[in-house]
Design a protein around this ligand. Structure first.
Ligand code: SMG
Ligand code: MG
Length: 372
């Protein structure tokens, strides 16, 4: 299969409501889409990087730069011929360059999608999806007041979400968690995400969350500190889950060995793609470590692929795979609509969805074509 070229398409989409985390407030989603074009079909990948390097070191401009300058050129020997390309060879070729997992993931996913569309296989079937639909959670941002938070959570619970995640930071942690637990009772699956806002010195304070029976606390400490996460985990009864710290299966193995976490949030973008995400899933499953699928405010393109991953058997906790309406008034694909707290795993070839070109063009800021 010959890839004629790669399109880098930058889009910007207004969020339904501002989303505040410990590192900042998002009003828009500034996203890079990668399109891999063949004579017969095309494949799509969504880059998880954000506008600024706040969640992770990558940002949209670095993703565009590294794709144009290094990653796409590195693949031309694999993609220019007419023989079917080997996605594992693509994965290995991209490893030559350090870091830039989100850029690599977007490119690899576009190629994987194009390849699967050619053979007619769905991404879910390719990865090993075990269920036709997945239970969905929702991530609730930091609010101005506890009553405003309770209203937001009430609305999500009424929509059917199966798990609530509260964003926390110093000054917005014990009180909102207590208020939500008291209002919604012990049956609500509830967890908290600090996005690395604390230090080990906060361990006694974080232990004050223990009475609220959280499913987990996500990324309490710095992304590069597996050792202190292990020390913290021993001092909390709330299970520690890692997000920002896990960039590869090797990191996951180290975290499991050290006892830095007992649960892992898998985001394909953060780990360099769906092949690496599946490796982490397999490793965690073999160790009895639960995983769940994280989110990066994806459009329908990224969401479709994440749902395929979230259907693997080790994904035993609801993910941040919320309905399109959680994020956007108008998605760029047919919207994903919650059905009794679940979203369907797409079954069509590849990621199983396509952008609606008129809607995509409306949100497109720039495009760049890289011929192969
Ligand atoms: O896609 O529903 C979503 C967002 C889920 O909270 C979410 N993501 O640390 O897990 C996380 C954050 C990272 C992005 S915050 C802008
Ligand atoms: Mg997180």
């Amino acid at each position: 299969m010959k890839i004629t070229g790669i399109e880098l398409r930058r889009i910007t989409m207004p969020l339904i409501a501002p989303f505040r985390t410990s590192f900042g407030t998002e009003h828009h989603r500034d996203t890079l889409l990668v399109r891999a074009v063949t004579p017969d079909t095309e494949g799509w990948g969504e880059c998880a990087a954000m506008t600024a390097p706040l969640y992770s070191p990558e940002y949209t401009e670095t993703a565009i730069d590294v794709l144009r300058r290094y990653l796409v050129p590195a693949l031309s020997p694999h993609l220019a011929g007419s023989a079917p390309f080997d996605i594992n060879a693509v994965n290995r070729a991209l490893r030559r360059y350090r870091g830039h997992q989100m850029a690599k993931s977007a490119l690899e996913t576009a190629l994987l999608d194009a390849g699967l569309r050619t053979t007619g296989q769905s991404l879910g079937s390719y990865l090993g999806a075990a269920v036709p639909a997945v239970p969905c959670g929702v991530s609730v941002g930091i609010m101005d007041s506890v009553p405003a938070l309770l209203d937001a959570v009430d609305d999500y619970v009424n929509q059917g979400y199966r798990r609530i995640k509260l964003k926390i930071e110093p000054g917005w942690d014990v009180a909102p968690v207590r208020a939500v637990r008291e209002r919604f009772g012990p049956g609500l699956l509830l967890q908290a995400d600090a996005n690395a806002a604390y230090t080990l010195a906060d361990a006694p304070h974080l232990a004050k969350l223990d009475p609220f029976d959280l499913l987990l606390i996500e990324q309490p400490l710095a992304d590069d500190d597996l050792v202190q996460h292990a020390q913290l985990a021993r001092r909390l009864s709330t299970p520690v889950c890692l997000d920002e710290s896990i960039h590869s299966a090797e990191h996951a193995a180290a975290a499991i060995t050290l006892g830095s976490c007992s649960i892992i949030n898998i985001k394909p973008g953060r780990v360099g793609g769906y092949l690496e995400a599946r490796r982490i899933h397999d490793l965690a499953r073999a160790h009895g470590v639960a995983v769940w699928c994280g989110g990066m405010l994806e459009t329908g393109i990224g969401r479709a692929a994440n749902l395929a991953l979230a259907a693997l058997p080790g994904f035993t906790l609801p993910g941040d795979t919320s309905a399109s309406s959680r994020y956007y008034t108008t998605d760029i694909t047919a919207p994903f609509v919650l059905q009794d707290g679940y979203l369907p795993v797409p079954t069509g070839p590849g990621i199983g969805v396509e952008p609606i070109m008129e809607l995509l063009d409306e949100v497109t800021v720039s495009t760049e074509w890289i011929p192969l």
